[in-house]
Design a protein around this ligand. Structure first.
Ligand SMILES: Cc1cc2nc3c(=O)[nH]c(=O)nc-3n(C[C@H](O)[C@H](O)[C@H](O)COP(=O)(O)OP(=O)(O)OC[C@H]3O[C@@H](n4cnc5c(N)ncnc54)[C@H](O)[C@@H]3O)c2cc1C
Length: 502
C-alpha cells in the first residue's frame, strides 16, 4: 500500500499519523519547520481528546505529563465571584472529569516521540509546494531539507498544514468568516497566584479580558488577554510591560518573570469543503476560531481520528469511497456550530461600552454563580466544553435508535464497580456492545469478521445511561455508535456493513 501523505506535523497531523499507523496504514509526515512547535499555544486538552488518546494507549502518559484543572474561577471588579467545579460534574460521564492543562509544545513533543516509537519519523524542513489529483491518486511536489524537489505519488493527501494551509489554497475552497478587531496577547510567566495551582482564573470585567492557566507546580503560568487601546496599533513592538497590568493584578497574580510574550489576531473561519476528491483538510487548515473554551487543537485532533478510520477502511478494501464523504458531513457541521458558539461567547467577553461592562461586571457573575450551584448546569457545561457532547446523528453513516442512544452518539460511558464499558479501549477497530445477552449467531458472525464483541451483564446503571437491554450497539473505530438497533440479528449488522461497502 502506498503511503498516505500528511502535510503538517502539528497536533492534527501527528494524531492522524498515530491513528493511521495504529490501523496498519503506512504514512509519510512532512513539516516545513525544522522541529516541533516551540510556542505553547493551546493550553488545554479536553476529556474527549483523552478518550481518543486512550485508544492509542497514550492517555495516561498525557494525563501524567499535564496538570488537571478541576475548577475555573471567574472574577469581576477584583473579587472572585463564581467558581465552576468540574470534578464532580463529569465524574459519571468520562474517565477524565477535568480539563487538562498541558502546553501545546510539550504535547507535540510527546506525540512525535510516540510516533517515533512506532517507527515513523517526521520529515522536517520538507515543504509541500504543489499537487495534482489525477482521480486515481495524488501527485505531490515536495521541497526537501537539502533543497531538492521531489515528486511523490500518494493515494490520499491530507492538509494538516494550519491556518495558512497550502492545501486549502491550492484546492481553492472558500475560507468563510472574518477577523476580530481586538489584538490578543499570550505570555508565559513565572508568577504567584492567589489560589491553588489546579485553578484556572478568568477576569471578565474592566478594560481588559484576561485568563490565567497555571500549568506547572513550579509557578509557571500562561496568561491570555486583550490589548484594546492605541497600543494595539504597535503589535510588532509591544512588550509585556506595555500591556495594562490592572486586570492581571486584580486577579491577585504577581508576575516575577516573563519567559515568552507574543501578540496575535483571532480569526473565525470555516473552509467551504473538507474533502475535494483525494485531498482532505483537517485541523486549523479547515477551521479557525477564537481560543474561547480552548477548542481549536482538540477539534483538530478529533478531525484526525474521524478521518483516520475512514481512510483505513477504504484502503483496506472494507468500505467504499463514499464513506469518505461522511468526514466532511460530520466534521464540517461540527466546526460551523463551534465557530458560531465561540463567536457568540468571544463577542460577549470582548464587548466594550457601558451596558456590556455592566453585564460583565454584575449580571454574568451572578448567572455563573447560580450556574455553579446547579448540578444540571455544571454537567451541561462540562459536556459542552469537554466535547463529549459532540455527535453525528445526521451523518449518512449513522443509523437507528435503541433506548435513548441513537446512531451517531458517543457511546455513553458507564462505570460498574471498578470496570467501565470503554475498557479495554486501547485498540482501534469495530466493536459490538450488548448490554444483556447476545445471540450465538451474532457473536459468530462478528468473530468471523474481526469485530470484537463485548457483552455486559445487565444492570440498572446501563438503563440509567440510556442503553437498552439486549439491543445491538455497533461502535465505529472512533467509538461513536454507527448502528443502534433493537433488531438483534445478523441481518441488521449485515445490512449496515453492506451499505458502507457501496
Ligand atoms: C494563542 C493561542 C492560544 C490557543 N489556545 C488554545 C487552547 O487553549 N485550546 C485549543 O484547543 N486550541 C488553542 N489554540 C489553537 C491551537 O493552537 C490550534 O488549533 C492548533 O495548533 C491546530 O493544530 P494543527 O495541527 O491543525 O495546525 P498547526 O499547529 O498550525 O500545525 C500546522 C503545521 O503545518 C506545517 N506546515 C504549514 N504549511 C506547510 C507546508 N506547505 N508543507 C509542510 N508543512 C507545512 C507547519 O509548520 C505546522 O507545523 C490556540 C491558538 C493560539 C494562537
Amino acid at each position: 500500500m502506498d503511503k498516505v501523505l500528511i502535510a503538517g506535523a502539528g497536533p492534527t497531523g501527528l494524531t492522524l499519523a498515530l491513528w493511521l499507523t495504529g490501523q496498519g496504514v503506512p504514512v509519510r509526515v512532512i513539516d516545513e519547520h525544522d522541529g516541533p512547535g516551540t510556542e505553547s499555544r493551546a493550553m488545554v486538552v479536553h476529556a474527549r481528546t483523552l478518550e481518543l488518546y486512550r485508544q492509542l494507549g497514550l492517555a495516561e502518559r498525557v494525563v501524567a505529563a499535564g496538570h488537571a484543572a478541576t475548577e475555573m474561577r471567574f472574577w469581576a471588579e477584583g473579587k472572585p465571584r463564581a467558581a465552576l467545579v468540574f470534578g464532580d460534574a463529569g465524574a459519571d460521564l468520562t474517565p477524565y472529569p477535568f480539563v487538562l492543562v498541558y502546553p501545546q509544545d510539550r504535547h507535540e513533543r510527546l506525540l512525535v516521540e510516540r510516533l517515533r516509537e512506532l517507527g515513523v519519523t517526521v520529515e522536517r524542513s520538507t515543504t509541500l509546494t504543489g499537487f495534482t489529483d489525477t482521480g486515481a491518486h495524488v501527485v505531490a511536489q515536495l521541497r526537501t531539507a537539502d533543497g531538492r524537489e521531489e515528486t511523490v505519488t500518494t493515494p490520499y493527501l491530507v492538509g494538516c498544514d494550519g491556518a495558512r494551509s497550502t492545501v486549502r489554497h491550492r484546492l481553492g475552497t472558500d475560507f468563510e468568516g472574518g477577523t476580530y478587531a481586538h489584538l490578543y496577547y499570550v505570555a508565559d510567566v513565572e508568577a504567584r497566584l492567589p489560589g491553588p495551582a489546579g485553578e484556572a482564573q478568568f477576569a471578565l470585567d474592566g478594560g481588559d479580558f484576561v485568563a490565567v492557566f497555571p500549568y506547572d507546580d513550579r509557578g509557571l503560568v500562561r496568561l491570555i488577554g486583550t490589548v484594546r487601546d492605541e497600543r494595539a496599533d504597535h503589535a510588532d513592538t509591544l512588550r509585556f510591560e506595555d500591556i495594562r497590568q490592572d486586570a492581571i493584578r486584580s486577579l491577585g497574580v504577581s508576575v516575577s518573570k516573563v519567559n515568552w510574550f507574543s501578540t496575535y489576531h483571532v480569526h473565525h473561519r470555516v473552509s467551504s469543503r473538507f474533502r475535494v476528491g483525494r485531498c482532505f483538510l483537517a485541523g486549523d487548515a479547515a477551521h479557525v476560531h477564537s481560543p474561547a473554551g480552548g477548542q481549536g487543537m482538540n477539534t483538530g485532533i478529533a478531525d484526525a481520528a474521524n478521518l483516520a478510520w475512514k481512510l483505513a477502511a477504504v484502503l483496506h478494501g472494507k468500505a467504499g469511497e463514499r464513506l469518505l464523504d461522511s468526514y466532511e458531513a460530520e466534521r464540517r457541521a461540527f466546526a460551523r456550530q463551534l465557530v458560531d458558539t465561540t463567536d457568540r461567547v468571544f463577542t460577549f467577553i470582548t464587548k466594550d461600552g457601558g451596558f456590556a461592562e455592566f453585564v460583565k461586571a454584575h449580571v454574568a457573575p451572578a448567572l455563573l454563580g447560580a450556574a455553579a450551584h446547579s448540578d444540571h448546569v455544571r454537567t451541561f457545561l462540562f459536556r459542552l466544553v469537554s466535547q463529549i457532547m459532540v455527535g453525528y446523528r445526521d451523518s449518512p453513516v449513522s443509523e437507528g435508535t435503541a433506548g435513548k442512544v441513537e446512531g451517531g452518539d458517543r457511546l455513553p460511558w458507564v462505570r460498574v464497580g471498578d470496570a467501565d464499558n470503554f475498557v479495554p479501549a486501547d485498540r482501534i477497530g469495530w466493536q459490538l456492545h450488548v448490554y444483556g445477552t447476545v445471540a450465538p449467531d451474532v457473536e459468530g458472525w462478528c468473530a468471523d469478521r474481526g469485530i470484537a464483541v463485548r457483552v455486559f451483564p445487565w444492570t440498572q446503571a446501563y438503563e440509567q445511561a440510556g442503553l437498552e437491554r439486549d439491543a445491538l450497539y455497533l461502535l465505529r473505530p472512533d467509538t461513536y455508535v454507527g448502528l443502534a438497533t433493537k433488531e438483534a440479528t445478523v441481518a441488521a449488522l449485515a445490512r449496515y456493513f453492506a451499505a458502507l461497502a457501496t
